[in-house]
Design a binder for this molecule. Structure first.
Ligand code: ZN
Length: 1021
C-alpha cells in the first residue's frame, strides 16, 4: 500500500467491531422456564409458594413495577465440550440470577434507551464446559429498566392520561444457553481500545499512524486466519509502554446506586443485590480487579435481604479487594440537611462500617451531590475524614473550577484534601480518549502524579462490566494513553497528600452552578425533614434528661436512619418520581409522630402529675419569646412566664418567655380576653409601639417603620411582601433547575379576594385575607406580636400551578455588599452584587432558617420555617416558596402547603441581633406537656456564652453516658461556660463520632474558648 487514507481504515475498524460483536456467540439452545408474578417482591425462601406457568421467548410476563420469579432449566450440548458457555438472558427488565441454594450469582439488566451500553445480558457459566451439563437457575426479576419505567418525557412514551407516572411492559426477549467464541470476544475488546486510542491521539502524531497501520495490517488476516491470528498481529501495539511523563490513573470500580430516584427504595434494595452479586462474580474472575461502594444504607439493605451475598462482601473487604467508600449513611444532599443531620450522616455511616467491617473510612465520597456546605471541612475533620471527592462541579454552567486536587478550607479554618477526578464523570468507560482527560483537563498535571477515575455503570446501579475490566487490563501500559491501574480511592488520596504543601486552597462553599430548583421542589419533603430534625433534637434532650436507664436508643437509631436515608441526593432535593416523594413524606411524618410519643412518655416520668398545669420546655439555648397555643378547651393561663394572652375564635394564645433549655410550668386560669376581629379598612396598619407596618389593599407591605431606630426599612419604590408568580420553564432537568431568565417571565401577583380582617388583642395583632393568583389560592395571616419587631406571614396555599414559581420579595433600604445565609452550624456570606461571573452564578442560593442583610448598625433578616431557596441582590431579599415542575413527578407540589416566612428588622448587625433566637422560635418551638408540672426539673447541662448553642443532649452511642454538643453560631471567638447540674459529674471532650476522648474536666463547671463556628462535643462522665 503506497497510499494510506486514515479515515477509510478507521471506518474499517468500526465496521469490523460491529460485525464481530454479532459473531462471538456462535451457537445457542433455549432454556425452559416457568414464571410467577407479584406486585411487590417475594423473598427467595418464599418463591415456591407462588403459582407458576410456562413461558418462552417473545411472551409477556410483567407490567409496570411487577416482580417476577422465573425457574429456568437447560442443558449444555455435548458437542460444545471445551468451549466457554454463557447464559443470555433478557427479560426486558432487570434480574438477579440465583443458584438453587439461594446464592445470588449475578445481576443483569436490559439497560436504558438513554444508555444502550448499560445493557447487560450475558452470564459466563463455564470457561471450558465438559458438554452435557444440566443447568438450573432461579431469576428474581423486576419489570422496570435500569432507570425505572417509561415516563412522559421519554421518547417512547405514548400519551396516556391514566398512566402519567409511566408504564412498563416486560416480555422475555432472550432466554438461551450460548457457546462463546473467546478469541472473537477478546478481539472485540482489543479493537475497541485500539480504535479509541487512534481517535484520541492528535492527527499529526506518529503513534496514531503507527497504531492505525498496525491495526489495519492485523485486520487483513481476520477472514483468512481468524481471530486468534488477528490478535497476535495486534500485539505490537500493546507492547509499546506508556510515556514515563504521563499521569498514573487509578481507576476505581464502583456502582453509583441512587438510594431512590426513578425507582422506589424497594427496587434499590434489589439493585443492591444485582449490583453486588455481579461485582463479587467479577472479583472472583479477575484477580487484578478492585471494587468499591459507598452508603452504609445500601450495605444494611444487603445485610438484611441478601445475607449470603453480604458474607461474601465481608470476605472481599477483608481480602483487600473491596473498598468501603464515603463515610456517610447515604450520599446525602449537603444544602438541605441540618448541621446535626450532617454530623449523624457521618456518625451512623462510620459507626456502621467500623462495626460491620472494622474499617475506619477516611474519605467522603459524594460524586453526584448538588453543592457542598462551607462547614463540611470542619464536620469531616472532626469525624476523622481527611479527604473529599466529587466530580459534580464540572457541571457548573458559568465557571470552571480552578483545581482538580486542592486543599478545601471551611468557615472555621478546618482543611481537607479534595480531589475532583479530571474525567468529569462518575461513569467512566475506561477508554483511552477519556483517560487522556487526566492530562489535558487536569489543573494539577505536572504537579500531582496521580488522578482518580470512577468507572462503571451508574445511577441505576450495575457497576463495572467485564468490558470495563478487559479494557482496563489493556490500558495498564499502553503508549498514547495514561497508565491505568485498578485502585482504591483511599490509597490514591493518601498518595496525593504528599503534595499538600504545594496545592492551591479553596475557601468556603463549593457552590454548584446548577440544580438550584432542588432548594424548593417537593416542598412537603423539605418541610417534614425540618420538622423531623427538630423533633429528634427535642426528643433526645427530653429523653436524656428523663432517664438514661430507659433511654430509647433503638428508637432513635431507627428514626435517625430513616431521616438520613431520605436525605439522599435525589430524595430531599425533590428530583425523584412520585412514589418516592410520597413515601419520603410518610417516613418523615412517622418520625415526627414517634418523637412526640417518646417525648410524652419521657415527660411523664420526668414531670409530676398536676391537673391544670402545662409545662413548656425550650430545647433551644436562646430564650423563647413568643406565642403558644394553649391546649384545647383552655381559655387562659397564669404564670410568671406569661406576658400576654388572648382568645382567638375557639382557641387561646399566650405570649410566653421561656429561657433556653429550661422547663417552665404555667397553669390553667380561664379569663383571657377575646381578641377583637373585624373587617378592616385600608390602609392596613399593624403597630405595636416598636414597629409600624403598613400594607396596601393587596396586603403588600408599603412601609416598615422602626419606631425605636426612627428608620424606614422598606424601599419606597416597590412594595414588599409581594407574592409574585413566574413562569418556570428551565432549559432542561425540570425538577432540578431554575434558570435566571425566569426574572423576565413574571406571570402575575397575588391579589386580595374579599375583605381583609383585622384581629386586635393584648398578645398580638394581625391581618387576615384570602389572596388569589393564577390557579392558586393563598390564605395569609400576618401577625405582629407585642414587644417584637418580627412580623410573621403565616401562609396556607392551595397550589394549582404547573411550570410556575412563587416567590416573595422584600425590597429594603439596607445597603450592604454581603449577605449572610444560615448553613449547617454556621453561615456563609455571599456578595449582593454581580461583579464577577462567580457572583452572577449565585442567583439562587441556599439558606436554612434565616438570611440576613445588615449594615454595621442595622439590618433585616428574612426567616422561614421550611424553605431553602434565597436570593439577596442589592437591597432586595427574596425567598422561593413553591415550584411546579412536571418531570420526573408530573404532580409535583400540587395541593395544600403550609409555610411561614418572617421579616425581622433589627438594630445592630447580625451578631448583635436576635436573629438566631427568632429562627429558633419560628422553627424549634416549645415542647408542651399537659397536666404536668416541672417542679425544678432541669436539663443536665447549662451553657453560658453569647452565640453558643447547646445543640445536642443525647445518650452516647456506646450507651451509659450523656453526650452534649455545643456550637458557636455567630462566627465570633467566644468564651463560654458549661455547667453540669450534677456536681459529681465531669466533662470529657470527644470527637463527633464519640470515638476518641480527651482530658477530663477538673470540675463540674468548665470554662471553654470557642473559635468562630467551632463545634465541640463532650461526654458527661
Ligand atoms: Zn446520584
Amino acid at each position: 500500500m503506497s497510499h494510506f487514507y486514515p479515515e477509510i481504515h478507521i471506518e474499517r475498524v468500526h465496521e469490523a467491531i460491529r460485525r464481530l460483536k454479532n459473531d462471538f456467540l456462535s451457537e445457542w439452545v433455549p432454556l425452559e422456564a416457568v414464571f410467577a408474578v407479584t406486585p411487590e417482591p417475594v423473598p427467595f425462601a418464599e418463591r415456591k409458594s407462588l403459582k407458576y406457568s410456562p413461558i418462552k421467548e417473545g411472551e409477556f410476563w410483567g407490567k409496570t413495577w411487577d416482580c417476577g420469579w422465573f425457574h429456568v432449566k437447560g442443558r449444555v450440548p455435548a458437542e460444545w465440550s471445551g468451549s466457554p458457555v454463557v447464559l443470555k438472558l433478557n427479560l426486558a427488565g432487570e434480574l438477579l440470577i440465583y443458584n438453587c441454594d439461594g446464592d445470588p450469582l449475578v445481576g443483569l439488566s436490559s439497560g436504558s434507551i438513554y444508555s444502550p451500553d448499560y445493557n447487560k445480558e450475558l452470564f459466563r457459566i463455564f470457561d471450558k464446559c465438559k458438554g452435557g451439563e444440566e443447568l438450573e437457575y432461579w431469576l428474581e426479576s423486576g419489570s422496570n429498566g435500569l432507570f425505572g419505567v417509561t415516563r412522559p418525557r421519554d421518547p417512547a412514551y405514548v400519551e396516556d392520561p391514566e398512566q402519567i407516572h409511566g408504564y412498563y411492559s416486560s416480555s422475555v426477549v432472550k432466554m438461551r444457553v450460548c457457546r462463546l467464541e473467546d478469541d472473537v470476544w477478546h478481539l472485540c475488546h482489543d479493537l475497541d481500545v485500539v480504535i479509541n486510542l487512534v481517535e484520541a491521539l492528535p492527527e499529526g502524531s506518529a503513534r496514531r499512524m503507527q497504531v492505525l497501520r498496525q491495526c489495519s495490517r492485523a485486520l487483513d488476516l481476520l477472514e483468512s486466519e481468524g481471530a486468534a491470528a488477528t490478535r497476535r498481529a495486534l500485539r505490537p501495539i500493546f507492547e509499546l509502554p506508556t510515556d514515563p511523563a504521563t499521569v498514573d490513573v487509578y481507576g476505581v470500580g464502583h456502582a453509583h446506586i441512587d438510594t431512590a430516584w426513578l425507582w422506589p427504595v424497594r427496587e434499590t434494595i434489589r439493585k443492591c443485590g444485582r449490583t453486588f452479586a455481579s461485582q463479587i462474580n467479577l472479583l472472583e474472575r479477575y484477580p487484578e480487579y478492585l471494587f468499591g461502594a459507598s452508603q452504609a444504607q445500601l450495605y444494611a439493605f444487603t445485610k438484611s435481604h441478601y445475607p449470603t451475598l453480604y458474607a461474601k462482601i465481608k470476605k472481599a473487604v477483608a481480602a483487600g479487594r473491596w473498598e468501603i467508600q464515603g463515610g456517610m449513611w447515604v450520599e446525602a444532599d449537603c444544602n438541605l440537611i441540618s448541621g446535626e443531620s450532617m454530623v449523624r450522616q457521618l456518625l451512623y455511616g462510620k459507626n456502621f462500617f467500623k462495626q460491620e467491617f472494622g474499617v475506619d473510612v477516611k474519605n467522603l465520597w459524594l460524586p453526584d451531590v448538588f453543592g457542598y456546605s462551607a462547614n463540611l471541612p470542619q464536620i469531616l475533620s472532626k469525624a476523622g475524614v481527611d479527604y473529599f471527592l466529587t466530580q459534580k462541579l464540572s457541571w457548573n454552567r458559568y465557571n470552571k473550577f480552578p483545581h482538580n486536587t486542592f486543599i478545601w478550607r471551611g468557615i472555621d479554618g478546618s482543611e481537607v484534601l479534595a480531589h475532583f477526578p479530571p474525567t468529569d464523570t462518575y461513569n467512566c468507560e475506561v477508554m483511552p480518549a477519556e483517560l487522556r482527560k487526566n492530562e489535558w483537563n487536569n489543573r494539577e498535571a505536572g504537579l500531582v502524579q496521580e488522578a482518580i477515575s470512577l468507572f462503571g455503570v451508574g445511577n441505576g446501579g450495575g457497576g463495572p462490566k467485564e468490558d470495563h475490566i478487559e479494557r482496563g487490563l489493556r490500558l495498564a501500559n499502553l503508549n498514547g494513553a495514561p497508565r491505568f491501574h485498578f485502585g482504591f480511592a483511599q490509597t490514591t488520596l493518601e498518595k496525593m497528600s504528599a503534595y499538600a504543601d504545594d496545592l492551591g486552597r479553596w475557601q468556603g462553599e463549593l457552590y454548584f452552578e446548577y440544580h438550584r430548583g432542588t432548594l424548593t421542589t417537593q416542598a412537603a419533603i423539605k418541610r417534614w425533614n425540618r420538622r423531623a430534625e427538630e423533633a429528634l433534637r427535642a426528643a433526645e434532650m427530653v429523653c436524656a434528661t428523663a432517664t438514661m436507664v430507659e433511654y430509647p436508643a433503638a428508637d432513635f437509631d431507627e428514626m435517625w436512619k430513616l431521616v438520613l436515608m431520605n436525605q439522599f441526593h435525589d430524595i430531599i432535593p425533590g428530583s425523584s418520581i412520585n412514589r418516592v416523594n410520597v413515601e419520603a413524606v410518610e417516613d418523615l411524618q412517622a418520625v415526627v409522630k414517634r418523637c412526640k410519643e417518646l417525648t410524652d412518655k419521657a415527660a411523664t416520668g420526668l414531670l409530676s402529675a398536676a391537673e391544670g398545669a402545662l409545662t413548656l420546655f425550650n430545647p433551644s439555648t436562646t430564650d423563647y419569646v413568643g406565642m403558644i397555643q394553649l391546649p384545647e378547651g383552655w381559655e387562659g393561663a397564669a404564670g410568671d412566664a406569661i406576658t400576654a394572652q388572648q382568645r382567638e375564635g375557639s382557641g387561646t394564645v399566650v405570649g410566653v418567655t421561656v429561657p433556653g433549655q429550661t422547663f417552665v410550668t404555667i397553669k390553667r386560669e380561664d379569663g383571657a380576653e377575646c381578641a377583637a376581629e373585624c373587617v378592616a379598612e385600608g390602609p392596613y396598619v399593624l403597630d405595636n409601639g416598636e414597629m409600624r407596618y403598613t400594607f396596601d389593599a393587596n396586603l403588600r407591605l408599603i412601609s416598615a417603620y422602626d419606631i425605636e431606630a426612627s428608620r424606614e426599612v422598606i424601599d419606597s419604590k416597590t412594595p414588599a411582601n409581594c407574592l409574585g408568580l413566574y413562569h418556570d420553564y428551565p432549559h432542561k432537568y425540570d425538577a432540578w433547575e431554575i434558570d435566571e431568565y425566569y426574572r423576565n417571565m413574571r406571570a402575575g401577583e397575588a391579589v386580595v379576594e374579599g375583605c381583609v380582617k383585622r384581629i386586635e388583642g393584648a398578645a398580638r395583632c394581625g391581618l387576615k385575607a384570602t389572596l388569589r393568583l393564577g390557579l392558586s389560592v393563598l390564605q395569609q395571616t400576618i401577625w405582629l406580636e407585642a414587644g417584637s419587631k418580627r412580623i410573621d406571614f403565616v401562609t396556607e396555599a392551595d397550589w394549582g400551578e404547573r411550570h410556575k414559581m412563587l416567590r416573595v420579595a422584600f425590597p429594603t433600604t439596607i445597603v450592604a455588599p454581603q449577605a449572610k445565609f444560615e448553613i449547617q452550624y454556621g453561615y456563609v456570606e455571599r456578595a449582593t452584587h454581580d461583579n464577577t461571573k462567580w457572583q452572577y452564578g449565585q442567583f439562587e442560593v441556599v439558606g436554612q432558617r434565616w438570611a440576613d442583610l445588615s449594615e454595621r448598625d442595622y439590618g433585616v433578616a428574612l426567616l422561614n420555617d421550611s424553605k431553602y431557596g434565597y436570593r439577596i441582590k442589592e437591597g432586595l431579599l427574596e425567598l422561593t416558596l413553591l415550584r411546579a415542575p412536571t418531570e420526573p413527578d408530573p404532580v409535583a407540589d400540587l395541593g395544600r402547603h403550609q409555610f411561614t416566612y418572617s421579616l425581622l428588622p433589627h438594630c445592630g448587625d447580625f451578631a448583635d441581633s436576635e436573629v438566631l433566637a427568632n429562627a429558633a422560635v419560628l422553627n424549634q418551638g416549645l415542647v408542651q406537656s399537659v397536666n404536668r408540672a416541672a417542679n425544678g426539673v432541669c436539663v443536665p447541662l447549662r451553657v453560658e456564652g453569647d452565640g453558643l448553642e447547646l445543640a445536642v443532649i443525647k445518650a452516647s452511642e456506646a450507651g451509659g453516658s450523656l453526650v452534649v454538643r455545643v456550637v458557636e453560631l455567630r462566627g465570633l471567638a467566644t468564651r463560654g461556660r458549661l455547667i453540669l447540674q450534677d456536681s459529681s459529674k465531669r466533662l470529657v471532650e470527644t470527637d463527633l463520632l464519640e470515638w476518641s476522648d480527651g482530658a477530663q474536666s477538673e470540675m463540674a463547671t468548665l470554662e471553654v474558648d470557642f473559635k468562630p463556628f467551632e463545634i465541640k462535643t463532650w461526654k458527661v462522665v
